[in-house]
Design a protein around this ligand. Structure first.
Ligand code: FRU
Length: 496
């Protein structure tokens, strides 16, 4: 093991002890210490779920990337393992960037990731050379392949940019051969996803672009994921510098999915539809796994590149993962539901039926808390006009609240965290268009200490935002302009 990795492991073990459990999310994975961004190598290996992540242990801000590591039996309770990789080789000395993991026939786990080295190009400009590399391990310790890198700029098609070439997602085909998709920037066209093939996992050749963009979705794509789901093929990717279009793609750097068909023989992917994955503020770079019982589960980095540098240097940890989400394709859209294992944390159910909320604010006994799973159904009152606006406020006291509101005449849902405790001129609100039957809408709120995830209509749309609100703000209220009837089921989620 290199000294760089040994130092990181010693450091994280020591510093983790200084962070109190109540200063972390209760049921979302956060950085063991220091900084976390993308999920990496999300996989099932040797009977456990593994999550690696982009990691800078020494600082709560981005820096030379290591791979942090955690394991879980149920996708909810995570235990930290020692950091898996450090930037300690000539080809990754400036960072071990994002990548993925698979299990080999001989039982080893193979990690494929991007190595970053900074160089000065012939015009005197600093550039990042990005190459693809391998490491092999047993679930605890990983040894980098002696002949790294295995894919370099020489393996790019014409017009491919070697300085923006990263984040391999690798998988095995039924015949035992390997495929990988990689994000790249075509110097003329913006983002593209390139398909590579290998017989043995270590010798790789370029097949074709899986898809090229024409500046429609940003300027560069990152972190591709490609898989079959419900008879369709789905490509997830995260785009940099997107322009908004209607209520889609408002996040600057945001995630999108493309849903379509794929011919495994000719490797032709034909997208039929694209849309944002999350309509809130904080969600990026998701990865997925197929669970042993056949569910496609996605986890994203619950942050946003534009707002992730506002915290002070002394913050002991920064960066969390979203709740794992079960995916399905319904009517050509990607639906997301909190992974069912979360339900095991539910305690103290409180139920209300047919509560009238009319031109004012209603609170309900025992409907409060900061670690909660809350289901809400809202509908108009018979014989009255459809209400104009309905809102639920949470993480609330006299000073603070975050809200989700629904305007049936506009068919939009909005998340709003401007009173969540933020003191900065950053984005606090975002809207999504939603479907509803004359004012009938379903919401599910998953609230942890530092985040809110709102699932609309059983996962048709999701809005995610981090909130750094005082823990004492634990109120919940329902507000209506006009008259609405609500059903509420609220559970306290027990601490792990
Ligand atoms: C996405 C990303 C990846 C890269 C990593 C670096 O958030 O920019 O493309 O591998 O983060 O930390």
């Amino acid at each position: 093991m290199s000294q760089v990795l040994r130092d990181a492991r010693r450091y994280e073990e020591e510093k983790e002890k200084l962070i109190k459990a109540e200063d972390r999310p209760a049921f979302h994975l956060s950085a063991r210490v220091g900084w976390m961004n993308d999920p990496n190598g999300f996989s099932c290996y040797d009977g456990q779920y593994h999550m690696f992540y982009q990691y800078h242990p020494y600082d709560s801000h981005w820096g030379p990337m290591h791979w942090g590591h955690a394991v879980s039996e149920d996708l909810i309770h995570w235990s930290y393992l020692p950091a898996a990789m450090a930037p300690d080789r000539p080809y990754d000395r400036d960072g071990c960037y994002s990548g993925s993991a698979i299990t080999l026939e001989d039982g080893r786990q193979m990690l494929m990731y991007t190595g970053r080295t900074l160089i000065i190009d012939e015009d005197g400009v600093e550039q990042e050379v990005q190459t693809q590399n391998l490491a092999f391990g047993d679930g605890d310790n990983y040894v980098k392949y002696a002949r790294n890198p295995v894919i370099t700029g020489k393996d790019l098609p014409e017009g491919g940019n070697p300085y923006a070439f990263r984040d391999p997602m690798v998988w095995t085909e039924e015949d035992g051969t390997f495929r990988a998709v990689l994000a790249n920037q075509d110097v003329h066209h913006g983002g593209q996803i390139l398909l590579y093939r290998s017989e043995d996992g270590v010798h790789w050749s370029f097949v074709k672009p899986l898809i090229k963009d024409d500046h429609k979705l940003g300027q560069m794509w990152e972190c591709p994921a490609f898989f079959e789901l419900d008879g369709k093929y789905v490509l997830l990717a995260s785009a940099q510098d997107m322009l908004p279009s209607g209520l889609e793609y408002h996040n600057g750097n945001g995630t999108f999915c493309m849903i379509g068909s794929y011919n495994r023989e000719t490797c032709d992917f034909k997208p039929e539809r694209d849309h944002a994955i999350d309509y809130g503020i904080d969600f990026y770079a998701p990865q997925t796994i197929l669970t042993p019982d056949g569910r496609r589960v996605m986890i994203g980095w619950m942050q946003n590149w534009d707002t992730c540098n506002l915290h002070t240097k002394s913050t002991p940890w920064f960066g969390q993962m979203s709740i794992p989400r079960e995916l399905s394709v319904v009517n050509g859209r990607l639906y997301q539901k909190p992974v069912r294992e979360l339900e095991a944390l539910r305690t103290e159910p409180v139920r209300y039926r047919d509560v009238l909320v009319e031109d004012g604010e209603v609170t309900l006994a025992d409907v409060s808390g900061r670690l909660i799973d809350l289901e809400l159904e809202v509908e108009p009152v018979e014989g009255k006009e459809i209400y104009r606006k309905f809102a639920m406020r949470f993480a609330q006291n006299e000073t603070f609240h975050t809200g989700v509101s629904f305007r049936p005449y506009e068919s939009t849902v909005k998340i709003d965290r401007k009173f969540s405790g933020s003191r900065r001129a950053i984005i606090h609100q975002r809207r999504a268009e939603v479907s509803h039957d004359s004012g009938r809408l379903k919401l599910r709120l998953i609230l942890d200490r530092f985040s809110a995830e709102i699932f609309v209509n059983d996962g048709e749309k999701v809005l995610t935002a981090t909130i750094y609100t005082d823990a004492a703000a634990d109120g919940i209220s329902f507000v209506c302009s006009g008259a609405a009837k609500i059903n509420v089921t609220k559970y306290t989620l027990k601490e792990m």
